[in-house]
Write a protein that binds this ligand. Structure first.
Ligand SMILES: Cc1cc2nc3c(=O)[nH]c(=O)nc-3n(C[C@H](O)[C@H](O)[C@H](O)COP(=O)(O)OP(=O)(O)OC[C@H]3O[C@@H](n4cnc5c(N)ncnc54)[C@H](O)[C@@H]3O)c2cc1C
Length: 310
């Protein structure tokens, strides 16, 4: 999102993207005929300029409001937890928003950058497949650990030590249940609250534009951290067994995904406007510098573009 937001302001920019398409952690996974959102479950809007972007995406059908009945875990129980928060989701899946925002951008997919070095008056970006790209200015919007590897010629230790990322395990469970029963009534999404294992649970089929029977469950970083190198499907089974016992969620586990770099460890630690200048023509930006949310990533990308132009 940060890279897309920056490139939308910079008509001559070119994005190198290691995956097949744009979106990063606003990821949707194809499972049989349907897709499930396996990264960000929703986005929230506080800033008026981001609101304008989301409203125009809504008019184009790439985003819509999601109004699940909300719950939370407390003392091992699921309780109702209604709130006034407006939540948006990409339609018909989360990644559709990134695709909409990236539609006029020059993205080179499946190109993994490996190293950035000074070269003449500018910079040279080396890629794993042997390609090189020369640029006057470079903006790196990967998560912080990958940024450190890319920018090993530069001094980034201060950022690396301040802005650590935490992992998450995400599972998708297919179930006939369209809601979970809390002490206060049915719910379609819940925060983990004080639960040591569950971070967020949601019924993907309750989001607008979907017609699936998928529950998506994110683990807490604390639960997955000691299991990070374990077999992902075994960890997925363990998370499913826990969710089934705590929530009474019966179904079939159909996908497990390990996010090594999911969210900032401390979202309250931020850089000014989510951007750092590393060298005369090198900047870094991303959610890890801006509170760990989609909106923060977007605003950081816009600010980075402004500084590149300046
Ligand atoms: C499980 C989970 C749940 C979340 N829930 C929410 C939520 O409910 N609400 C919310 O607002 N936010 C949520 N987030 C956070 C949100 O997804 C991020 O804040 C936002 O998507 C980050 O955008 P970004 O552009 O900073 O980084 P990313 O989305 O990580 O983008 C980085 C991009 O760089 C690419 N890349 C990485 N390395 C290289 C390389 N070497 N060469 C080329 N390309 C490379 C990646 O493929 C990716 O496309 C969640 C995240 C996760 C993982």
């Amino acid at each position: 999102m940060a890279g897309i937001a920056a490139a939308r302001q910079l008509p001559e920019a070119r994005i190198l993207e290691k995956s097949r398409g744009p979106g990063g952690r606003m990821a949707s996974k194809r499972l049989d005929a349907n897709r499930a959102d396996i990264g960000a479950q929703f986005l929230t809007v506080r800033d008026s300029s981001f609101d304008a972007v989301i409203q125009s995406a809504a008019e184009a059908g790439a985003v819509a409001q999601w109004t699940p009945r909300m719950g939370a875990m407390r003392d091992g129980q699921l309780i109702g937890s209604p709130d006034q928060q407006s939540r948006y989701v990409g339609t018909p899946y989360m990644n559709a928003l990134s695709q909409y925002l990236a539609s006029d951008i020059d993205i080179l997919p499946q190109v993994r950058a490996s190293h950035v070095e000074r070269h003449g008056p500018g910079y040279r970006v080396h890629c794993e497949d042997g390609q090189v790209f020369d640029a006057e200015r470079v903006l790196v919007t990967t998560p912080v650990d990958q940024m450190q590897a890319l920018l090993s010629d530069f001094s980034v230790d201060m950022i690396r030590t301040r802005f650590a990322m935490a992992p998450t395990l995400t599972i998708v469970v297919e179930s006939e249940k369209r809601h979970l029963m809390s002490a206060d009534g049915p719910i379609e999404a819940a925060f983990g609250g004080d639960d040591p294992v569950l971070d967020f649970i949601s019924f993907d089929g309750s989001k607008p534009g979907r017609n699936n029977a998928y529950w998506v469950i994110h683990s807490t970083p604390e639960w997955i951290s000691p299991r990070l190198e374990d077999d992902v499907s075994q960890s997925g089974q363990a998370l499913y067994a826990y969710a089934a016992s705590q929530l009474g969620l019966e179904g079939q586990l159909i996908h497990s995904h390990r996010w090594r770099y999911a969210r900032p460890v401390d979202p309250k630690t931020t850089a000014q406007k989510g951007v750092y200048q590393i060298d005369q023509g090198v900047w870094v930006a991303g959610d890890y510098l801006a509170g760990g949310r989609v909106e923060g990533a977007y605003l950081a990308g816009v600010e980075a573009a402004r500084r590149l132009c300046a």
